[in-house]
Design a protein around this ligand. Structure first.
Ligand SMILES: NC(=O)c1ccc[n+]([C@@H]2O[C@H](COP(=O)([O-])OP(=O)(O)OC[C@H]3O[C@@H](n4cnc5c(N)ncnc54)[C@H](OP(=O)(O)O)[C@@H]3O)[C@@H](O)[C@H]2O)c1
Length: 336
């Protein structure tokens, strides 16, 4: 293993003391992980906060076997050690990466293929806001949903970390985006990112609004994080041959729908979760992102929407902010 600066034995990390509210997130001294053969060790400068971290804190989303018990699915930082089978990276490289948990810490070891270079001109806090939503959106909207230029994408939760990413990438790659969000301010944010129509779902039924925005045709791809009664309404809002991709079920994992609509419209309803997929699979997403999306970041055609930044030791405040539901875009932890 090649390494540069002296790496300490212990680090500060934020652990989940027990399942519960934000205050169960506690600073702890932990051993610094070692880079395995195919891994790089990153000195973390910033870590992104994602809704799945909250589910993990509540005890509802246990880490997969072999993963760190510490929360944190994405980081940015500097490579400080490189495993022998991780030839792409060198000590001193500035990267952002998807982690297998453990991002809320001063050091994290990641599979080398799941790291990407910091986009040109990006700060560490901006770069930490990229991996989880960009990998998720790329796989679900473009690989699974096969969104094409000229088609319409409906994004539920348009002002979320995932939503703000989906609106921007899809718009930049030539699709039309319609988004739903829960306030006028959130709808304005969606529109400013490129959504041709932003629907305040608290005041308006999204089904007729999507039809109106698509001259009656409906959305070609729907990215849904709600589930519940949205399933049936998504079938109504979808175009012929539409693809509906489920990435969460915040409104309920169980629901009913009229499946004749699935047949008549020849719809495809699919879904996925990113975390349990193999490093190789995530590495393939990273390759496509670097080719297709990283240039859009480097040119500032797109950029993460930054909500608030908290120090690592105050991770509990970051979770509180996310659970209050007022945020627009990404919440990030500054690790220093
Ligand atoms: N499957 C995967 O691989 C994967 C990976 C990462 C994240 N996710 C999921 O993606 C979702 C977003 O994650 P995030 O980190 O971006 O979280 P986030 O920023 O907290 O977003 C959650 C969003 O859900 C919206 N929402 C709640 N009820 C809604 C409704 N009835 N209609 C429309 N929007 C509604 C909220 O917006 P309002 O305030 O406007 O209601 C909020 O913007 C989470 O559910 C997360 O678990 C899935």
């Amino acid at each position: 293993m090649a390494s540069g600066e002296r790496i300490p034995e212990k680090m500060m990390a934020i652990a989940i003391a027990e399942p519960g509210g934000p205050l169960v997130l506690k600073p702890e001294r932990r051993p610094v992980p070692e880079a395995g053969d195919k891994e790089v060790l990153i000195k973390v400068r910033a870590a992104g906060v994602n809704r799945p971290d909250i589910a993990q804190r509540l005890g509802k989303y246990p880490p997969p076997p072999g993963a760190s018990d510490l929360p944190g699915l994405e980081v940015s930082g500097v490579v400080v050690a490189v495993g022998p089978a991780a030839p792409r990276w060198q000590v001193g490289d500035e990267v952002c990466a998807l982690t297998n948990g453990g991002g809320y810490a001063e050091y994290v070891a990641v599979d080398a293929t799941n790291a990407l270079p910091l986009p040109a001109g990006f700060t560490f806090t901006e770069a930490a806001a990229l991996p989880e939503t960009f990998f998720t959106v790329w796989h679900n909207v473009f690989q699974r949903g096969r969104l094409r230029p000229g088609e319409t994408l409906l994004v539920h939760g348009g002002s979320s970390g995932i939503g703000t990413t989906a609106i921007q990438i899809a718009t930049a790659l030539g699709s039309r985006v319609v988004a739903t969000a829960g306030s006028a301010e959130k709808c304005a944010a969606c529109a400013s990112l490129g959504a041709v129509r932003a629907i305040n779902y608290r005041e308006e039924d999204f089904v007729p609004a999507v039809k109106e925005a698509t001259d009656g045709r409906g959305a070609n791809v729907i990215l849904d994080m709600i589930g519940g009664d949205y399933v049936s309404r998504n079938y109504d809002a979808a175009a012929l041959e539409g693809r509906i991709v489920q990435i969460s079920t915040q409104g309920g994992a169980v629901g009913s729908a009229d499946f004749s609509k699935l047949m008549v419209k020849r719809l495809l309803h699919t879904g996925s979760t990113l975390r349990p997929r193999t490093f190789e699979f995530k590495g393939q997403i990273a390759d496509e992102l670097e080719t297709r999306v990283w240039p859009l970041l480097a040119s500032r055609r797109i950029a993460p929407v930054m909500d608030m930044i908290f120090p690592l030791k105050d991770a509990w405040r970051a979770h509180e902010r996310m659970e209050e539901g007022e945020h627009i875009g990404k919440i990030v932890l500054d690790v220093g």
